[in-house]
Design a binder for this molecule. Structure first.
Ligand SMILES: O=P(O)(O)OC[C@H]1O[C@](O)(COP(=O)(O)O)[C@@H](O)[C@@H]1O
Ligand SMILES: [Mg+2]
Ligand SMILES: [Mg+2]
Length: 335
C-alpha cells in the first residue's frame, strides 16, 4: 500500500517549487479545502436539512439562486475573509466584487474569483456538482482595498486554479502551473488525499459533451462537427458517444480522465455564450492546458482573453487537444 499523502503534506512539499514562497498560497489552498469540506457536508445531507430547491432570489445572471448556491457562496467568502490571505473576491452569486475591509484582509496578497456551486440545475436531482476557483496576486497596493483591476486579469496571470467535484466521491483538483493533481476526500479521516497524481488529458477521446438543444441556434460548424462524430468509421472510433451531464465541472473532469470535449457555444438567444470567463472558463482552462488539453473560444486561447466585466461570458471549447482542433477545423470550414 503506497503512502497516503494528504493535501496539506503535498502543498508543503511543493512549496519548494516556488523559491519566494512564503506559505500564504499554501494556507489559502488549505482554506479552500476546509470550505469545500463544509459545502460537501451540506451537499451530502441537503435533502435532510431542507436546503434543496430555490432560495427565492435571482442573481445578477438573471438565474434563480438555489439555496446551496448561497450556502456555498457564504462558506467560501467566510473562509477567505477569515484566512487573511485574500483581500477581495468576485463570485457568480454577487453582483459586484467584494473588497474585504479588515486590516488583516487588506494585507492579503491574493484575490479569488469563484463559482461557489457549479451545475445548479443538477442540485435537486443528485447529479455531480462542483465549485470552481481562480487565484491571482493582487495588482493594487498591499494594505489598501482590493480594486476591480485586481479582479479583471487575464487567465495567463493566474497563480493557481482548480475545482471541487461533489460526486460519487468528493475530489479537489488543482494546479499552480506545475501540472495537475487530484485529491479524494477520505470521509473516515476527513482529509483530502492524493489519488490522481499528475493528471494528463488523453490527446483524443470518443466522448463529446454538447447541449444539442442549442444546435439550431449556434455556429453551423458545430452542427457539422456533430455530423462528423456520428459517422460510422471504426478506424477513428466513430461514432463517438454523447455525454452531457449539464454540470461543467463534471463534464470537464470526465474529459480530463477519459479524453473528450466539452462545448458551450454562443447562440442566437445568448450571443455572448453562457459560461463566465473569470470564474468558470479561465480556471478550468488553466487546469486543462496544464493537463495537455486545449481551451478556446473557437479561435483564441481562453486565457489570452482580456476580461472587461466581472460576469462576462464567452464561447467555450475545451478538452482533448485533437478534438478541440477538429472542432476549430469544422468552424473554419463553415465560415
Ligand atoms: O442547462 P444548460 O443550458 O445546458 O447549461 C448547463 C451549464 O450551465 C452551468 O450549470 C452553469 O453553471 P452554474 O450552475 O454555476 O450557473 C454549467 O455547469 C453547465 O455546464
Ligand atoms: Mg457554473
Ligand atoms: Mg454556479
Amino acid at each position: 500500500m503506497s503512502k497516503v499523502v494528504t493535501l496539506n503534506e503535498f502543498i508543503l512539499d511543493r512549496q519548494d517549487d516556488f523559491p519566494f514562497a512564503t506559505g500564504e498560497l499554501s494556507r489559502l489552498l488549505n482554506d479552500i479545502a476546509l470550505a469545500s469540506k463544509i459545502v460537501n457536508r451540506d451537499v451530502n445531507r441537503a435533502g435532510l436539512v431542507d436546503i434543496l430547491g430555490a432560495q427565492g432570489n435571482t442573481n445578477v445572471q438573471g438565474e434563480e439562486q438555489q439555496k446551496l448556491d448561497v450556502i456555498a457562496d457564504e462558506a467560501f467568502i467566510k473562509a477567505f475573509e477569515n484566512g487573511g490571505e485574500v483581500c477581495g473576491i468576485a463570485s457568480e452569486e454577487n453582483d459586484d466584487f467584494v473588497a474585504f475591509e479588515s486590516e488583516a484582509a487588506m494585507n492579503g496578497k491574493y484575490v479569488v474569483l469563484f463559482d461557489p456551486l457549479d451545475g445548479s440545475s443538477n442540485i435537486d436531482v443528485n447529479v455531480s456538482i462542483g465549485t470552481i476557483f481562480s487565484i491571482y496576486r493582487r495588482k493594487s497596493a498591499i494594505g489598501t482595498k482590493a480594486t476591480l483591476e485586481d479582479m479583471l486579469q487575464k487567465g495567463t496571470e493566474q497563480v493557481a486554479a482548480g475545482y471541487v467535484i461533489y460526486g460519487s466521491s468528493t475530489m479537489l483538483v488543482y494546479t499552480t502551473g506545475k501540472g495537475v493533481n487530484g485529491f479524494t476526500l477520505d470521509p473516515s479521516i476527513g482529509e483530502f488525499c492524493l489519488s490522481h497524481p499528475d493528471i494528463k488529458a488523453p490527446e483524443t477521446g470518443r466522448l463529446y459533451a454538447i447541449n444539442e438543444g442549442n444546435l439550431n441556434r449556434c455556429h453551423p460548424g458545430l452542427k457539422d462537427y456533430c455530423e462528423y462524430v456520428r459517422q460510422d468509421d471504426p478506424s477513428t472510433g466513430r461514432p463517438y458517444s454523447g455525454r452531457y451531464i449539464g454540470s461543467l465541472v463534471a463534464d470537464v473532469h470526465r474529459n480530463l480522465i477519459k479524453g473528450g470535449v466539452y462545448v458551450y457555444p454562443s447562440t442566437t438567444n445568448s450571443p455572448e455564450g453562457k459560461l463566465r470567463l473569470i470564474y468558470e472558463c479561465n480556471p478550468l482552462a488553466f487546469i486543462i492546458e496544464q493537463a495537455g488539453g486545449l481551451a478556446t473560444d473557437g479561435k483564441n486561447r481562453i486565457m489570452e482573453i482580456e476580461p472587461k466585466r466581472l460576469h462576462q461570458r464567452v464561447d467555450y471549447y475545451a478538452g482533448s487537444k485533437q478534438m478541440v482542433e477538429k472542432i476549430h477545423e469544422c468552424l473554419r470550414a463553415a465560415e
